[in-house]
Ligand binder design. Structure first.
Ligand SMILES: CC(C)(COP(=O)(O)OP(=O)(O)OC[C@H]1O[C@@H](n2cnc3c(N)ncnc32)[C@H](O)[C@@H]1OP(=O)(O)O)[C@@H](O)C(=O)NCCC(=O)NCCS
Length: 147
């Protein structure tokens, strides 16, 4: 079994969205439509990755930054390939890309009931913050959609 971690390009979009759609714990929205993901990847080049096993997509990570902090989304590994260190490798690649441009801290969002996800992040050195809540608001954009 040969595992490769390579840059996420739109060539992998269809396989990635299929994996996200079938994975509990991954929240999807209009921000995951093809044009939105293309915009995200163009805005954050070289920071998002896929894991391929024998050429088949089995894992993803989206990573970007706002000039101050990094943000990770959609760390997902196909159930048949879990507990083999694939998510850890994906995160290591994303953090290396942030480090390369001098971003020294990264955040991520996770559903409070996602025990597996929280176990993964805590086992790999991430702090579960109890002191912060997220506040969100939709913004009307020109094409009538929101993200
Ligand atoms: C969370 C997820 C990405 C982990 O992927 P993975 O490739 O299995 O993770 P790794 O093999 O790199 O795990 C690294 C370490 O995390 C911990 N870990 C991973 N999965 C765990 C689980 N189900 N329970 C407890 N600890 C876990 C372990 O310490 C593991 O090391 P070990 O296998 O040597 O004990 C995967 O379970 C997944 O896709 N879940 C659904 C999507 C999701 O919830 N993503 C996170 C949303 S932010």
């Amino acid at each position: 079994m040969k595992t490769e971690i390579i840059e996420f390009t739109m060539n992998y979009y269809e396989d990635a969205i299929s994996l996200w759609q079938e994975t509990p714990g991954v929240g999807l929205s209009s921000a995951d439509e093809p044009d939105a993901i293309r915009f995200y990847l163009e805005r954050n080049p070289g920071m998002s990755f896929v894991a391929l096993v024998d050429g088949r997509l089995v894992g993803t990570i989206l990573c970007g930054h706002d000039g101050r902090r990094g943000y990770i989304h959609h760390v997902t590994v196909h159930p048949n390939y879990r507990r083999q260190g694939i998510a850890r490798q994906l995160v290591d690649h994303a953090l290396a890309a942030l480090k390369e441009i001098g971003i020294s801290k990264c955040h991520l969002f996770i559903f409070g009931e996602n025990e597996t996800g929280i176990a993964f992040w805590q086992a790999t050195g991430w702090q579960l913050r109890q002191d912060i809540h997220i506040m969100s608001r939709f913004i009307e954009v020109d094409d009538g959609s929101s993200c």
